[in-house]
Design a protein around this ligand. Sequence first.
Ligand SMILES: [Zn+2]
Length: 254
Amino acid sequence: MANRIRPSGKLSLRPATLRGDGNPILNEILLSLPAKECDLIFPRLEFVRLKTHQLLHEPGDTIRSAYFCNSGLISILSVFPDGKSVEVGLVGKEGFIGIPLVVGFRTAATRAIVQIEASAYRIDSETLTSVLRQCPSLELQLHQFSQIISMQVTQIAACNRLHEVPERLARWLLMSSDRVGSTSVPLTQDLLAQMLGTRRSSVTVAAGVLEKAGLISHTRGSVKIIDRKRLEAAACVCYGIMQLQVEEWHREAV
Ligand SMILES: [Zn+2]
């Protein structure tokens, strides 16, 4: 399996360009747009910094802004009436928050929360809706990303039900590392337990197993991947299944 495919499955991209305000565009959807659509949408984007734990929307919220993620990591969580939640999706610079808007929906069905300090290009929902009518390439890319997230959510839901904590932890670390573009992933075990929908003690044991085997090193508030190849072998099949599917879809889309 190719190990270094980006989460989007795109193997090559134009180098990051710089906007007039000096902020580099790293979002893979924005980077792939034709010049005509860039001219239409870029003036309507606002660069924002998103702090860890910042809530972008809750289930039932009217979505007022959409975000083209530029760096960091955003978690998509399924939330239950008793307050429990579990992560069902991860979005980094390959993606976008605000998918219901693309098909004319206004309400969020999930929680979107910043997992690792992030930056993004924000756009008002009304502005996005009107720009999309003039930007067929952007609209197609957002529909494709919507399908990718849907596949990811389905796979992670099955993963949460069927696979053990250590292999899910390995899968999560690989997915996060891919999206932040670093072997170091800043996180606490409390947060990780919440993401994996399990007890903190289970995460501590699982992290200990991976650390003892020399796959990761763990310090307070951060996990570093030491041996990626063996971490891939330790992860459940879900990581590879999702990677291969995205690669396949991107080949088909060319
Ligand atoms: Zn799995």
